[in-house]
Design a protein around this ligand. Structure first.
Ligand SMILES: [Zn+2]
Length: 409
């Protein structure tokens, strides 16, 4: 699924567990002058992060600041902290207002101005900001670890199988890494997952990937549908991670329909996609791919149609231009071409015309008139030139068939 970075906070109703993380940095030596002792971080997921330590120096300490940021973030948060006589400092950060991504790594350190008016910095300490509200269990194979809290051992094994099958399917058109770790967290229901993501009310969000972190979150309930559900959601989100690892930062330049189309191609086949396509096609309610470049619709119905269309469209592109055509397309968008012209650069056909051709050849719409109007005079001329040899070929076929008929008589 897409990852709208919305910070609509909904109070997490679940029991919050506070887990103190003991940090093996009791004697972290500050660079030139300060010593940080007994550093601890207590995470109450989605609510507060409490940092505590003792900051000491051989001469007087005038001021102490706590600095912290997500390891993939550019912005560092700086908080001035009160220093007790024994050097004890404590700061509770409101993690509900300025959220960190779940399962991300956070790094913190201290800065102190001493009596000599110089500023000293301690060594950085890293900890994991995990969703510790649930009793996670885990199982691992190669570089993939599955974490779950509802369901039995077979559920964990089925999830690992779904990940393996997904990797195989993805490998057909994206190079996959078997060394960089991937963590898949399976929530047992959508509200648990949505509380984690602080999405609030987007009931259709059943999965989420944080490709930079190599973290996948999905909602799958244990039960009779678990296998299909796992085989739908896990491969989809894994594809986002693999695409990011293959494309790097220009992943962000790719159109939404392309990313979601590729990810949806490795899902367990969804019969409802075809139905949604046919209904929308019949009612002239298909979405234009030009409108699915930046993002997908927010409402559930159109979002579902957007996934159905993107899967069908990218499948059509792959069948028409091959896996290499698909690779040229992602490369073209990586290079910064816009949504319409990226397709022209990679496949020789602008997005709007690909859209029209897909509607004709996959959905059986009759819009040749529209397509012909879009054709440049040059292309029309080429078409006329091609018609002549085509008639020649048909003539030859006719004669051959005539001969064959004569022989068989
Ligand atoms: Zn997706």
């Amino acid at each position: 699924m897409l990852h709208p970075h919305r910070f609509v906070f909904k109070v997490v109703a679940a029991l919050l567990m506070v887990v103190s993380i003991s940090l093996s940095t009791q004697q972290a030596q500050g660079q030139g002058g300060i010593v940080v002792e007994d550093a601890t971080v207590a995470v109450s997921f989605g609510k507060t992060i409490t940092f505590q330590a003792k900051v000491k120096a051989p001469i007087g300490i005038k001021q102490v600041s706590l600095l912290f940021r997500g390891v993939n973030e550019d912005v560092t948060r700086v908080e001035t902290v009160q220093l007790a006589e024994d050097g004890f400092v404590s700061f509770a950060y409101d993690a509900s207002l300025n959220v960190f991504p779940p399962f991300s790594s956070i790094v913190f350190w201290f800065q102190a101005t001493l009596a000599d008016d110089k500023t000293y910095t301690s060594a950085p300490i890293t900890f994991s900001y995990n969703d510790n509200r649930f009793p996670w269990r885990d199982v691992k194979k190669a570089n993939v670890t599955v974490h779950w809290y509802a369901g039995d051992d077979a559920f964990g094994a089925a999830a690992l199988d779904a990940a393996g099958a997904g990797m195989l399917a993805i490998n057909e058109f994206i190079p996959i890494s078997l060394t960089q770790p991937i963590d898949i967290y399976i929530y047992s229901n959508a509200p648990d997952l949505q509380n984690t993501l602080l999405l609030g009310g987007e009931d259709w969000v059943g999965g989420h990937a944080n490709p930079e972190l190599g973290v996948v979150l999905v909602a799958v309930a244990p039960g009779t549908n678990q296998s299909i559900d796992l085989e739908t959601k896990i491969p989809h989100e894994l594809a986002h991670v693999m695409l990011y690892r293959s494309l790097g930062k220009p992943y962000a330049n790719q159109p939404a329909w392309l990313l979601e189309g590729i990810a949806s191609m490795v899902e367990y086949p969804n019969p409802d996609y075809k139905h949604a396509l046919n209904v929308a096609s019949t009612n002239d309610a298909l979405l234009s791919f030009a409108d699915l470049c930046a993002s997908f619709p927010a409402d559930a119905g159109n979002a579902f149609l957007a996934y159905a269309q993107s899967q069908s469209f990218v499948t059509y592109i792959r069948e028409t231009y091959g896996t290499s055509g698909l690779a040229r397309l992602t490369k073209s968008y990586s290079e910064g071409f816009n949504c319409e012209l990226g397709a022209t650069n990679a496949l020789g056909t602008p997005l709007s015309q690909l859209d029209a051709r897909w509607r004709e050849s996959v959905l059986g719409q009759n819009i040749t008139g529209v397509a012909a109007r879009n054709l440049s005079p040059f292309v029309l001329l080429m078409a006329l030139v091609l018609v002549v040899p085509l008639w020649g070929a048909i003539d030859m076929l006719r004669q051959r068939r005539k001969r064959a008929n004569q022989q068989s008589k």
